[in-house]
Design a protein. Structure first.
Length: 61
């Protein structure tokens, strides 16, 4: 694990960042809308969000 990642974890402790919570809530809401309206294809299997560099990816396991 990189030292900068450990530093970020220690700096925020066990708390959750508001921006990360808002992003994950928005992503979950978007997926629910996709399922309800059946207009678009939802995430395929696994969605991973990296808050350290604000990137995301979907994986089929």
């Amino acid at each position: 694990i990189k030292d900068e990642y450990v530093h970020e974890m220690c700096r925020y402790g066990g708390s959750e960042l508001h921006s990360v919570a808002a992003f994950m809530g928005g992503a979950a809401a978007q997926e629910v809308i996709k399922l309800v309206t059946k207009q678009f294809v939802p995430f395929n299997n696994t969605y991973i969000y990296n808050a350290m560099n604000s990137s995301s990816a979907t994986y089929t396991l």
